[in-house]
Design a protein around this ligand. Structure first.
Ligand code: CP
Length: 334
């Protein structure tokens, strides 16, 4: 068990070592048990958290806000558009000033090639810890909830369990690549064999389209080597699903290829067959679980039958956001 968390930022998944993540999970389960028993756990009485959002949110906002209240503190929701950021407040000023008012700064800034840099710049200036509610590179709290859910459903020994992180079709917008990136970084530290699936076919002349960031791929490969697990990449969704214990198919934009809305949509529209349906779920193990961070494009990313069906654990997964975040807040802000 690790105990040295106080005052630390959590921006990238690997900011906490594997042992530290295990401690976070232990604390999360303890807080989950306390909430189920209605036992008081006011570990952050009189503490305050600023939640600075540059993007919309359902789960992240709700779970951080409820979590702070359950810990005896207060969370302030700050929509960036209602601040003076557009009139000149810099990242350094936000860190310096909000870091003096609040005991923690949680930020969601997903702008491609900007969000992560922004959060780190705020963190350098802030005396309070900075917690990443999602940036362009990572979604670390989602991934803590995900690993917590996988362990609850599949047990602590994940050796030889095939976990599939797959691209999926969606029509709503070019979604960030932070969730699959966090997943391949964290899951490769927890014993499972990770398979990453995305189009297009791997021919040399092909553009990268839905590839993840090369430096993230390198870190995932290093993890896989260190923890002696599998880490494979495929362009075949059916192959990936075969005998999987966990499938996590979600859409992301072709951000390494284009940031143009129209170009991105044209690339995404080439792969409408990448849907998680009942036929594909039949390729997985009988007791496999279907995961999604939500929101999902129903009927495009996944059928209603799958997301509402017996394999789906999406609501337990969403609930675990609350417990995992409370654990990190209690450890870093107390
Ligand atoms: N999964 C997730 O981060 O959900 P929100 O975008 O609703 O916060």
């Amino acid at each position: 068990m690790q105990t040295n968390f106080r005052g630390r930022d959590f921006i990238g998944d690997l900011d906490f070592s594997k042992e530290e993540v295990e401690t976070v999970l232990d604390v999360a389960w303890d807080l989950k048990r306390k909430r189920a028993l209605n036992e008081s756990h006011a570990l952050l009485r009189d503490k305050t958290l600023a939640m600075l959002f540059f993007f919309t949110s359902t789960r992240t906002r709700g779970s951080f806000e409820a979590g702070m209240a359950q810990l005896g503190g207060h969370a302030a929701f700050i929509d960036s558009e209602t601040t003076q950021i557009s009139h000149g407040d810099t990242a350094k000023e936000i860190g310096e000033i909000l870091g003096r008012y609040y005991d923690g700064l949680a930020i969601r800034q997903c702008d491609w090639q900007f969000g992560n840099k922004y959060e780190n710049e705020v963190a350098r200036a802030s005396r309070a810890p900075v917690l990443n509610m999602q940036c362009d590179v990572y979604h670390p709290f989602q991934c803590l909830a995900d690993i917590m859910t996988v362990i609850e459903k599949k047990g602590r020994d994940l050796r030889k369990k095939k976990v599939v992180v797959s691209w999926a079709y969606a029509a709503s917008y070019s979604k960030p690549i932070s969730v699959p990136q966090s997943l391949i970084l964290q899951m490769t530290r927890f014993g499972c064999d990770v398979v990453l699936a995305h189009p297009p076919e791997f021919v040399l002349a092909h553009p990268p389209e839905f590839k993840l960031m090369p430096e993230i791929m390198d870190m995932a490969r290093e993890n896989a080597k260190k923890y002696k697990v599998g880490f494979e990449v495929t362009d075949n969704m059916d192959e990936a699903f075969k005998d999987a214990a966990v499938v996590y198919p979600k859409s992301w934009g072709p951000l390494l290829t284009t940031t143009g809305k129209e170009d991105g949509k044209a690339l995404i529209d080439k792969y409408k067959s990448w849907i998680t349906d009942e036929r594909r779920m039949k390729l997985t193990k009988d007791d496999s679980i279907y995961m999604h961070c939500l929101p999902a494009d129903r009927g495009l990313e996944v059928t209603d039958g799958v997301i509402d069906g017996p394999h789906s654990v999406v609501y337990d997964e969403a609930e675990n956001r609350l417990h995992a975040q409370k654990a990190v807040m209690a450890l870093t802000m107390s």
